[in-house]
Design a protein around this ligand. Structure first.
Ligand code: GDP
Ligand code: ZN
Length: 287
């Protein structure tokens, strides 16, 4: 039967079988031989054994795979960004957006702590990222603002949460899944509780048939740890560049003549911060 891996600890995988039953499985020996590690999120073929456990026989083709945190088949990447300290920079958001697009995960940007005075125009940032093709939700784990919208956005999907420590990921997860009771607090308190020692990723049943990956110990999806796209692919990860017409078909939008992207930036049709992030990421890639 087929089933999804919810977590794997010490070589034992908790698999939710089609019947709604969870089965603890051991992987067949050949997985290690093939260098293929089963991951949370993986769809698998398992065999039920007489003793009630199972054997993991096969990993079905993946939609995508993330190395850090280790998780597969993510449909939606929820970026939780802070407008109050800890503040998330546009460059951080842009890098993760590019990675999400490259992996085929739809990005959802949560501008959290909307109940606090941001000292920065949240609406302006929301408009900037809507123009960049991102779903943007202003949320507050305190007032519950945006909770329903976030529930709708992750409905039926496997979603992973990403964001710097302290932006409110645990608080939002608790809001989405009231039974969950993840520890909330300052970084130092969390480290004190030894939260950083639990390195495994676990999928929890979320609202509307969704699955939500809690990634303890990971402050963010770390783009540097993942296969970044090559330079040629980079423009396609910035959807607002799509309609620009450049003189050269293979325009890199750096310093070519008659570049439609640069014209759009100068005309204010594309946010300068987005373009600056593009240049920075371009510089980080070496092919
Ligand atoms: P995480 O490290 O990203 O999981 O962040 P936490 O959920 O642990 O939250 C960090 C701190 O921010 C805690 O003190 C929370 O109570 C607080 N917090 C989280 N979300 C909100 C929010 O929407 N509004 C306000 N005012 N505080 C929040
Ligand atoms: Zn161009």
């Amino acid at each position: 039967m087929t089933g999804r891996i919810l977590k794997g600890v010490g070589g034992f995988y908790t698999v939710l079988a089609g019947s709604g039953r969870t089965v603890i499985c051991k992987a067949r020996g050949r997985f290690r031989k093939d260098g293929l590690a089963p991951l949370p999120g993986d769809m698998t073929e398992i065999t039920a054994l007489p003793d009630g456990t199972g054997r993991l026989d096969e990993i079905l083709p993946r939609r995508n795979v993330f190395i850090r945190p280790p998780v597969a088949n993510i449909d939606a990447l929820v970026l939780v960004a802070g407008l109050t300290p800890p503040v998330s920079t546009e460059f951080w958001i842009d890098r993760i957006l590019a990675v999400a697009r490259q992996k085929g995960a739809s990005p959802i940007l949560c501008l959290n702590k909307s109940d606090l005075d941001a000292g920065r125009d949240a609406e302006e940032l929301a408009a900037l990222y809507r123009a960049a093709g991102c779903t943007v939700i202003r949320t507050s784990a305190v007032t519950g603002e945006g909770a329903e919208e976030l529930r709708q956005a992750v409905k039926g999907k496997v979603a992973a949460f990403s964001g710097h420590s302290g932006v409110g990921k645990s608080s939002l997860l608790n809001l989405l899944m009231p039974g969950m009771a993840l520890p909330v607090g300052e970084l130092s308190e969390k480290l004190g509780r030894g939260r950083h020692t639990t390195r495994h990723v676990e999928l929890f049943e979320g609202p509307g048939g969704s699955w939500v990956a809690d990634t303890p110990g990971f402050s963010a999806f770390d783009p540097e740890q993942m296969d970044m796209p090559g330079r040629a692919e980079l423009p396609s990860l910035f959807p607002e560049f799509e309609d620009c017409r450049c003189r050269f078909q293979d325009c890199a939008h750096i310093n070519e003549k008659d570049c439609g992207v640069r014209q759009a930036v100068d005309a204010g049709a594309i946010a300068r911060s987005r373009y600056e992030s593009y240049i920075k990421i371009y510089g980080m890639l070496n092919r």
